[in-house]
Design a protein around this ligand. Structure first.
Ligand code: SAM
Ligand code: SF4
Length: 318
């Protein structure tokens, strides 16, 4: 699948639910979000049909996300179904990690290759505060279990928030010293709730390099990865900086997104969506419909111009 600007699209971020067992302050309002009705959410069979079409069209990498993908009923079965398409070479999942202790082995057995786990503080009280109730000990137990069963290489995602976790930058970086684990800092995006936050909460990823000057840039192994990688001297793991605000990676963007209700999004930062569930129900030629949608993918996004999108990450799929 090639878009209008010659970019090869081979990566699908598939959001399987808008539900979550946490309420992270930067992702959801305290009261939660208006949930998508059950009948509007794609069934496992519909997801499988859409994935099958995408696979034939050149998608070979899929990341399951949400909401919290592990709260979706039938997630293990879905992983088995997706992995039965031989074109899908890599199947990963982004999770808050809380349910991994119980589920990691089943996920691995079903064919999941690896996990990215979100961890925004290494201090139990701060973690609980930012996630509105999450227990750090459950998260750490989940990370250990994911390692044990081989859902590796594991990447830890940290959303960098001024006045909240910038005092822990060195602690996060230190995790990469003795273990082959990647820690990736993500710039806070002014999406949904966060559009109203104070400017002081937004830090650029340059802050990481200023606080830990020993970090040295390393060569990218995957040019389509949005992360720029660094290493501590003799560090076993890497430190990734994902900078959607200060550093655009639109030029090499190879990804599209599917929301839980089957809306295809060609860019996280655009409100334009194409209804694949309806196309499927109306018996349209899905391949043709997808190609026409993809051709709308813009050259680049315009977040830094102050064009904030309204939906929260949990509704779009992070
Ligand atoms: N529940 C899973 C999790 O937390 O990893 C998967 C979904 S979550 C929406 C995906 C990622 O988006 C998480 O790493 C989360 O920290 C990140 N995220 C959510 N809102 C964000 C924002 N406003 N700016 C930057 N990252 C955000
Ligand atoms: Fe849930 Fe993930 Fe959003 Fe936190 S970031 S509320 S864990 S979907």
């Amino acid at each position: 699948m090639i878009d209008s600007y010659g970019r090869k699209i081979n990566y699908l971020r598939l959001s399987v639910t808008d539900r979550c067992n946490l309420r992270c302050q930067y992702c959801m309002p305290e009261s939660g979000i208006e949930k998508i009705k059950h009948e509007e959410i794609l069934s496992l069979e519909e997801i499988d049909a859409i994935v099958g079409t995408f696979a034939k069209m050149g998608i070979d990498k899929i990341r399951l996300t949400g909401g919290e993908p592990l709260v979706r009923n039938g997630i293990v079965t879905l992983i088995e179904k997706i992995k039965s398409h031989p074109e899908i070479k890599e199947l990963a999942l982004t999770t808050n990690g809380l349910m991994l202790k119980a589920m990691a082995q089943d996920l691995k057995n079903a064919g999941l290759d690896r996990v990215n786990i979100s961890v925004d503080s290494l201090k139990a009280d701060k973690y609980s505060d930012m996630t509105r109730g999450g227990k750090l000990e459950d998260l750490l137990a989940g990370i250990e279990e994911a390692k044990r069963v081989g859902l590796t290489p594991i990447k830890l995602n940290v959303v960098l928030i001024g006045g909240f976790n910038d005092d822990e930058i060195a602690d996060f970086v230190a995790l990469t010293k003795d273990e082959a684990i990647d820690v990736r800092f993500i710039e806070l995006m002014p999406i949904g709730e966060v559009a109203r936050w104070s400017k002081s909460n937004f830090l650029t990823n340059q802050t990481v390099l200023e606080r830990v000057p020993e970090l040295k840039a390393v060569k990218a192994t995957d040019p389509s990865s949005p992360a720029k990688y660094y290493k501590l001297p003799n560090g076993k793991g890497k430190v990734g900086l994902i900078s959607p605000i200060t550093c655009k990676f639109c030029e090499d963007c190879n990804r599209i997104r599917l929301t839980p209700e089957g809306k295809l999004k060609y860019c996280l930062h655009s409100d334009e969506e194409f209804d694949l569930k309806k196309a499927l129900e109306d018996g349209l030629d899905l391949e043709d419909y997808i190609i026409k949608s993809i051709l709308n993918k813009p050259k680049e996004h315009s977040l830094e111009n102050g064009e904030f999108i309204i939906r929260n990450m949990v509704q779009i799929g992070g």
